[in-house]
Design a binder for this molecule. Structure first.
Ligand SMILES: Nc1ncnc2c1ncn2[C@@H]1O[C@H](COP(=O)(O)OP(=O)(O)OP(=O)(O)O)[C@@H](O)[C@H]1O
Ligand SMILES: [Mn+2]
Length: 270
């Protein structure tokens, strides 16, 4: 007699690798016993000291983004290759693993989400810290009202050359970095006013209130997004910066690199 367990077993039949997303130590050990070579751990921290490990810089509540990130990272490390079939064991509703997704590794999976963190000019921790600020700002708004913000991260010298001040720069003489506790408060306060924040590769806040003046040629930005997103996207074509944009109108956080949209997150899901 065929049971549903037999049918569901098809999901994991003949896979090349098993990706464990944030597994417990005992789960990892159990899988390693079956096939050490085929296990990849994807997690925010490598506390299991896993043989094959991809670091997750954000939790990625959206499971597709989490899986894409893991697979792109694993490809980058040489843990899997195009054409492989992967079983991803993930926690969809929370921490314990409660779901299995079977997927082939294809070129179309390559959204650039891993590349955004791992292979951008700015330090990955700086990118993560800026995402954290944008997500927090998106969740709470400013005094309960939705607020927009534009962060240009990395290649700050060039970004400054392609922009001009809209007002005095409150960060002119300061040496503060994203991730410093007081900085979140400052960034939120200044986000009420116009323009962009410029942040260096190492996370120093170089300026607030910059009006970006990039060339708009060859920018691939979805229709319907306005001037803030256009300017944010375009500056990443003209420079090696990345842009993280919080939209005042739809509340989403978007990231641009090389003139293209590479990631879209809903702060409410974080
Ligand atoms: N070139 C630019 N450089 C820096 N900031 C800009 C630039 N263009 C627009 N902005 C900022 O974006 C704000 C919103 O502009 P606009 O509504 O056209 O953008 P948007 O992409 O629709 O963003 P939102 O979704 O937040 O409304 C402006 O008030 C301004 O502060
Ligand atoms: Mn708008």
């Amino acid at each position: 007699m065929t049971t549903s367990a037999d049918l569901l077993a098809d999901l994991v039949a003949d896979v090349d690798e098993v990706f464990l997303f944030s597994p417990t130590g005992s789960t990892y050990d159990d899988y390693r016993e079956i096939d050490d070579e085929a296990v990849v751990v994807v997690a925010p921290e490598d506390d299991l000291d896993a043989e094959r490990y991809v670091e997750l810089p954000l939790e990625f509540d959206n499971v597709r983004d989490r899986i894409r990130f893991g697979i792109e990272g694993a490809m980058d490390h040489g843990y899997c290759a195009e054409g492989d079939v992967i079983a991803c064991a993930v926690g969809v509703f929370g921490d314990p693993i409660d779901g299995v997704i079977r997927t082939p590794v294809t070129e179309s999976m390559h959204s650039g989400i891993y590349d955004l963190f791992a292979n951008s000019r700015p330090d990955p921790n700086v990118v993560r810290d800026v995402f954290d600020v944008a997500i927090e700002l998106g969740k709470k708004g400013q005094k309960g009202k939705p607020v927009g913000a534009l962060f240009v991260v990395g290649d700050a010298g060039k970004v400054m050359n392609k922009s001009r001040p809209l007002s005095y720069n409150p960060f002119e003489k300061s040496h503060v970095h994203v991730g410093d506790p007081i900085v979140n408060v400052m960034l939120k306060e200044f986000s009420r006013l116009d323009g962009a924040f410029v942040i260096s590769d190492s996370g120093k806040i170089v300026s607030a209130y910059r009006y970006l003046e990039p060339g708009a040629e060859g920018v691939d930005i979805p229709k319907g997004l306005g001037a803030r997103h256009m300017a944010g996207g375009a500056i990443t074509r003209d420079t090696n910066a990345i842009a993280i944009v919080l939209s005042e109108s739809d509340g989403l956080v978007r990231a641009f690199k090389g003139g293209s949209l590479v990631l879209e997150l809903d702060p409410e899901e974080y």
